[in-house]
Design a protein around this ligand. Structure first.
Ligand SMILES: NC(=O)c1ccc[n+]([C@@H]2O[C@H](COP(=O)([O-])OP(=O)(O)OC[C@H]3O[C@@H](n4cnc5c(N)ncnc54)[C@H](OP(=O)(O)O)[C@@H]3O)[C@@H](O)[C@H]2O)c1
Length: 367
């Protein structure tokens, strides 16, 4: 077993002690170490609830320039699922630890570390770090320092979805105060952030959601965040042409669903409007009517935060993250989350996979 783990674990960033050293901690005297960890590891791509295993991994001595981070909280995002399934274009080689986002506290630092210190809170500055584990040893440059004055669950979830919402509102169309944005998947974390960031900038939002038994309470929840309109595709379909024409003035459309939900976004775009596709939750292609493309001069484009990050510096990323966390502190940005102990990983995973119907964002808590 030890030999098997020895062949696998260095690739997931965890080293075993040298042969003949039965317990690493005993062999290390004063060197900085990262303690043994519990991790959600996958050795092959496939359905996450089939290929993920919770395993114990041994600690190791930190290498020069590394810090050991004790994870505090980490979400399960759709892209984490896609990476494990093997369908996400950028993914770590297997075996790998699941999870790309999260927040942790620095518990030890090796010589050569210059900026981070024990007790700092950090989030990964690059994906593929494997955040679904209790301790992580990585080089200092893999981490971005964040303020400690926000709830852990917000620090853990700020770097993907809120950033995506902000970038799509700021970078694609020049949205003047009073302009409208239409989006599908409005219950998603990105969607909730779009509603609030739009409101801060005096923009209106038209929000499309799936029908559900608790439709009225979900509509109320999104309206309380600042949504102007919340409607299902069916409700949109039953609007008469005059009402629809009055609504169809949006400059920007955001599509994270695909299929008929993307067509619905297109319907509400005004002259020269742009629909940005950033996700494909329904796993269905986008079908378009030719008329609106021609006569309304509509445009389609994609957005990927990974590309934004590769074209911008770590400092720009850090500034964006801290801006969003300040909005959280000021009570201007919030989103619904379900905190689940890491020991209940399987339950959180089932919910994140949608096996129990619509669910809030699952955030793993490590303590
Ligand atoms: N391109 C990028 O850089 C980027 C960055 C971040 C996120 N994303 C994408 O943005 C999307 C939202 O991410 P998130 O983390 O904010 O989501 P989330 O909070 O995990 O929520 C999932 C959303 O997907 C909807 N959904 C799930 N299955 C669906 C289906 N079969 N058909 C239609 N809708 C479905 C849910 O609607 P219900 O409430 O009705 O269940 C909910 O709105 C994902 O596609 C994600 O990959 C892309």
């Amino acid at each position: 077993m030890a030999m098997l783990l020895r062949s696998l674990l260095p690739r997931v960033g965890i080293l075993l002690p040298p042969v003949g050293c039965p317990r690493l901690i005993r062999c290390l005297s004063s060197a900085a170490v990262c303690p043994p960890a519990r991790a959600a590891v996958y050795h092959q791509h496939g359905a996450p609830d089939h290929v993920l295993q919770l395993v114990e991994v041994e600690g190791r001595e930190l290498l020069e320039g590394e810090v050991c981070v004790k994870m505090l909280a980490a979400p399960i995002n759709p892209s984490d699922i896609n990476r494990i399934e093997g369908v996400y274009p950028m993914r770590p080689p297997v075996p790998a630890v699941g999870g790309t986002e999260g927040v942790g506290v620095v518990v030890s630092v090796a010589p050569g570390v210059s900026k981070l210190k024990v007790n700092d809170w950090v989030i990964p500055s690059h994906p593929h770090i494997g955040t679904w584990r209790t301790y992580i040893a990585k080089e200092e440059s893999a981490w971005c320092l964040v303020a400690k004055d926000v709830p852990e669950k917000y620090a853990a979830t700020v770097s993907v979805n809120p950033c995506t919402a902000l970038r799509m509102l700021q970078d694609i169309v020049d949205l003047k105060p009073g302009a409208s944005v239409v989006q599908n998947g409005a219950t998603s974390m990105v969607g909730q952030c779009v509603i609030q960031l739009a409101r801060i900038n005096d923009l209106h939002t038209i929000n499309l959601i799936r029908d559900r038994p608790d439709l009225d309470s979900v509509k109320e929840r999104l309206k309380a965040l600042g949504a102007d309109y919340v409607l299902t595709e069916e409700e949109l379909g039953s609007l008469d042409k005059k009402t629809l024409a009055g609504q169809a003035q949006a400059k920007l459309g955001l599509n994270c669903v695909g299929g008929s939900a993307a067509t619905a976004v297109m319907k509400l775009l005004g002259e020269g409007g742009v629909m940005v596709t950033y996700g494909g939750m329904a796993k269905k292609p986008i079908t378009l009517s030719t008329g609106p493309l021609i006569f309304k001069d509509l445009r389609l484009q994609g957005f990927w935060l990974g590309k934004w990050k590769s074209n911008h510096s770590d400092e720009e990323f850090s500034t964006m993250v801290n801006y969003l966390l300040q909005l959280v502190c000021d009570g201007k940005l919030q989103y619904a989350m379900d905190e689940v102990q890491f020991s209940d990983f399987d339950t959180a995973l089932q919910k994140a996979l949608g096996r129990q119907g619509s669910a809030l964002k699952q955030v793993l808590i490590f303590n």
